[in-house]
Design a protein around this ligand. Structure first.
Ligand code: BGP
Length: 487
């Protein structure tokens, strides 16, 4: 019988998560080329009467303007939080909290500035060597995302991003270069961040200019097909490079509760769940599930595939399921299922849940449900690699009293402990934005997730000084006690 575990495993990997485009800055230093995320211009986040004025998508017209007259716009992701120059100080702070793992991503455009070069950029490779060496000093394990919402902009201009199959060999060239280089420094890899968010923003996830495609949903699935292949090929290549490598697929896990007990709503909730889990289904099992083949047929979605694709998918499945968890949604029956699945902004509000300042529902029990469902389905280890609360923080006499963040994380860690007791196998936990960083969705600096405050506003004003928040000391105790002390 499965042993009931009442505590976190001894070697549980506690830590935090980031992404290159949201922290590094130095967007043209060290030979780096321009990337898709360098084009996410800041827009008034409260514009059009909405709190979430997403800067996710870029049109052809905008891209042209941004390339021609960049000085007219504010591009927060070009600045990040200057991790490129301050990584030693930041890693020292992570070590002080007792991190066992640090999730970061490599910027493709630092290694292949346009994506088209034959040889990698040595300066870019060296930067990550230095970062990994610094982590090693403190025995912090790196968890590396190969593609986290960015790619060389040249690939968007030339191929319209992942719409083109040409991207696959270019990505393989990049991932082979980094796996060869860091084979003795990195064990845990995630080829793509939240591939399922292609449905939400095809530019952010796949470098595609939406105005250049005719059917955006079909395009999202076509880019995903190319990324599935690229991921599977990366994994099968990686297994030849090092036997120690462990690869995770990664989704934004959004559990969708049925709005009522009506069977039609229950079915709609099942379907929304399938659309979410379609991604790990392909990446863990190695083939397209039948429910999705039906969905494609019913919605006139035609994915261009080639002979041999099934074989590729089968040969590159994942070792663990990584996922981000922020919220749950509600689903009701609709004639057009495309309205409800795969979106970040749910049309229905759950009256039982509190919401964040950015309208994201807060649901720790949903976290336990997601952990159980994923484990029941795949029976391989899980890794929540993003979870956290975006909030406005106030500095008062040099201190940040972020008890709301502590409360959020405490409840989610508790839910994770319950899931462990349910028998779910979890490798580790990395909270999102362990140091304040630029928001992915809104490009705001003021949407903060960190244990460490970074003195910078949405327009780039500030000293960039790092300040420990109350949550910093709290998380240090959580790690020290291996999840026992949550108070
Ligand atoms: C995830 C992304 C992250 C991230 C996080 C929070 O979807 O993988 O990059 O930033 O969401 O989102 P936001 O920054 O929009 O609050």
């Amino acid at each position: 019988m499965h042993k009931v575990r009442t505590e976190f495993p001894k070697n549980f990997l506690w830590g935090g998560a980031t992404a290159a485009n949201q922290i590094e800055g130095a967007y043209l230093e060290g030979g780096k080329g321009l990337s898709t995320s360098d084009m996410a211009a800041y827009k008034d986040p409260y514009g059009e009467g909405r709190v979430n004025n997403f800067t996710f998508n870029v049109s052809s017209e905008e891209l042209e303007k941004y390339l021609l007259n960049p000085e007219k716009y504010n591009f927060p992701k070009r600045r990040g939080i200057d991790f490129y120059h301050r990584y030693k100080e930041d890693i020292r702070l992570f070590a002080e909290m007792g991190f066992k793992v640090f999730r970061l991503s490599i910027s493709w455009a630092r290694i292949f500035p346009t994506g088209l070069e034959d040889e990698p950029n040595e300066e870019g490779l060296k930067f990550y060597d230095d970062v990994f060496d610094e982590l090693k000093k403190y025995n912090i394990e790196p968890l590396v995302t190969m593609s986290h919402y960015e790619m060389p902009i040249e690939l968007t201009k030339r191929y319209n991003g992942w719409m083109s199959r040409e991207l696959i060999p270019l990505f393989i060239k990049y991932t082979t270069a980094i796996m060869e280089r860091y084979k003795d420094k990195v064990k845990y890899w995630i080829p793509f961040n939240e591939m399922n968010m292609n449905l939400n923003s095809i530019y952010t996830g796949a470098g595609v200019l939406e105005d250049k495609v005719t059917n955006v949903i079909q395009a999202a699935y076509q880019t995903s097909h190319h990324q599935f292949l690229a991921q599977a090929m990366t994994i099968s290549n990686g297994r030849k490079i090092s036997k120690d490598f462990k690869f995770g697929c990664m989704i934004n896990a959004i559990e969708s509760y049925a709005a009522t007990s009506k069977p039609e709503d229950q079915l709609a909730s099942l379907k929304a769940g399938q659309i979410n889990l379609f991604y790990p289904d392909v990446q863990v099992r190695g083939y397209y599930p039948s429910y999705m083949i039906r969905y494609f047929k019913e919605n006139n979605i035609n994915i261009v595939q080639q002979e041999g694709d099934n074989e590729i998918l089968k040969n590159g499945t994942s070792d663990y399921v990584a996922f981000s968890y922020y919220m749950t949604h509600m689903t009701e029956h609709r004639e057009d299922m495309r309205d409800i699945a795969g979106r970040l902004d749910s049309p229905l509000k759950n009256p039982n849940l509190e919401i964040s300042e950015w309208d994201w529902p807060i649901d720790p029990i949903g976290f336990r449900i997601v952990l159980n469902k994923l484990y029941d389905r795949y029976q391989i280890p899980l890794w929540p690699v993003e979870n956290g609360l975006g909030a406005h923080d106030k500095v008062v006499d040099g201190k940040i009293h972020d008890d709301y963040r502590i409360d959020y994380l405490r409840k989610h860690i508790s839910a994770m402990a319950d899931a462990i007791e349910d028998g779910v196998e979890i490798i580790g936990y990395t909270t999102w934005g362990c140091i304040d960083l630029v928001s992915c969705g809104t490009s705001q600096m003021s949407k903060r997730y960190g244990f460490i405050y970074v003195d910078q506003d949405d327009h780039g004003n500030g000293t960039l000084d790092r300040i420990r928040k109350d949550s910093f000391y709290w998380y240090k105790k959580v790690i020290e006690s291996n999840g026992e002390k949550l108070i």
